[in-house]
Write a protein that binds this ligand. Structure first.
Ligand code: HPA
Length: 275
């Protein structure tokens, strides 16, 4: 069981040994979106199973590879595939990669995920810039004794998603002519998809999209003092009046189609960060 910052230190030491330039930007990619940042100049690549103490993704469509390399003028670290509570991982295991990034000195965290649309103005194939989230998983990675070396006991969550990164993503979308929606992401435990009553509930409480990831990592990222950007690939849109079934294959298929546009935005955000 992976629990402490000490273990993250050991994992970070292994990565550090294999790289000569240290990344400032970390990217964590979700369902169907793993193959992102193909055009980076990779200097180190490692499968999760070969990284000491790293959990191994059990989900189809999650590649399970860590890449470090140069993009534009920046050194970035990309994690192709994440860990979910619904796989049986604890909140500490789900957020272990964030603690490793923290240990490596990463300051900017970019997360992508696949999500179901709740906002009726969304269509499958859209990208939603996450402006805020609602954690409905019933879990929190900060439960337990606080490690003051990692962050404060009660981190403020009033402005989690970084305003400058949001503006940069909006500019990028405009200039690259990528249609970008904005909204609130509701994080659920999963893995069963939402009932029609749950969809109505989520819309009522102000959620625009729903998924089974991201919120744990974002909470750990805030605790670690990182600036955060989140992008959701809207793979399906829920209509509780006319419910239609969604399958994982359709979700992955649509996410893969959305990926190039998500990549375009991320690349522009990284380039902007440098200027
Ligand atoms: N619900 C939860 N997670 C998802 C969905 C959904 O409808 N679509 C893609 N990921």
């Amino acid at each position: 069981m992976i629990t402490s910052g000490k273990i993250a230190k050991k994992t970070a030491a292994f990565i550090r040994k294999n790289i000569s330039n240290f990344p400032q930007i970390g990217i964590l990619s979700g369902t169907g979106l793993g193959e992102s940042m193909q055009s980076m100049d990779v200097s180190f690549s490692c499968r999760y199973e070969d990284i000491p103490n790293f959990p191994v993704s059990t989900v189809k469509s999650h590649i399970g590879k860590l890449l470090v390399g140069k993009f534009a003028k920046d050194e970035v670290m990309v994690l192709q595939g994440r860990f979910h509570l619904y796989e049986g991982y604890s909140p500490l295991e789900v957020t272990f990669p964030i603690r490793v990034m923290q240990e490596l000195g990463i300051k900017i965290l970019i997360l992508t995920n696949a999500a179901g649309g709740l906002n009726t103005s969304f269509s499958a194939g859209d990208i939603m810039l996450i402006t805020d989230h609602i954690n409905l998983t019933g879990h929190n990675p900060l439960v337990g004794a606080n490690d003051d070396k990692l962050g404060i006991r009660f981190p403020d969550m009033s402005a989690v998603y970084d305003k400058k990164l949001i503006d940069s993503a909006l500019n990028a979308a405009k200039e690259e002519k990528v249609h970008l929606q904005k909204g609130v992401y509701a994080g659920l435990l999963g893995p069963s998809l939402e009932t029609s009553a749950e969809v109505r509930f989520l819309k009522t409480i102000g959620a625009d999209a729903v998924g089974f990831s991201t919120v744990q990592e974002v909470i750990a990222g805030v605790h670690a003092g990182m600036r955060i950007l989140g992008l959701s690939a809207i793979t399906n849109v829920h209509d509780p009046a006319n419910p239609s079934p969604s399958t994982l294959d359709e979700i992955i298929d649509t996410a893969k189609k959305i990926m190039p546009n998500i990549d375009t935005i991320i690349k522009r955000v990284i380039t902007d960060f440098n200027e």
